[in-house]
Design a protein around this ligand. Sequence first.
Ligand code: AMP
Length: 208
Amino acid sequence: MGSIVLFGPPGAGKGTQAQRITEHTSLPQVSTGDMLRAAVKAGTAIGLEAKSYMDRGALVPDDVILGLIEERIAENDAKNGVMFDGFPRTIPQAEALSELTEITHVLAIDVPDERIVERICGRLTCGTCGTVYHDVFNPVPGDGCECGQYVEKRRADDTEATVLTRLGAYHEQTSPLASWYEERGLFHRVDGDRAIDDITTDLLYVLQ
Ligand code: AMP
């Protein structure tokens, strides 16, 4: 089995869907955003370099991202493929990736621009297990997160100020990848402006 790419604008629900799909496939989730946030938290050289880009909502340079990816997919759990979440985000990243692993499906979660700000600005993460919630669309259950140890976390870049820059980066640098993958017959579009369960059902159907 090869690898899967989850594609879409910031706030489309890629992380949420990735967590659900990993329960149905044996593919580990590889999120470059999560890896970069871990590097920033740990204060590594990569984290220090990436932070200035992330804080303003710009893409981190391709060589930094590709270094992280090469290291990650050399790990043992990645030998049968992985599910990429938030990667690739530029044509050079996709070209480099095609040399590293076979991509079997690119699953695009479509959400119109006007929905993105409200989705990103209400976003919450459980600091213990990483489950993603939303103040309005996916509230934390009354008795807390499923993991039993809910710790509320909001991403530093989930603000109205950065979301427009992130959306701009998506349209300029990332969305050209849609036709790049379409030409290769790998691209599948799913309406992401619906209930979370319905989106998961459609994504799993495409993967069958
Ligand atoms: P995400 O968690 O996917 O929304 O990513 C958060 C931030 O990390 C982005 O706004 C970028 O600054 C950076 N980032 C994550 N993945 C990539 C990537 N594949 N290429 C460039 N920058 C990335």
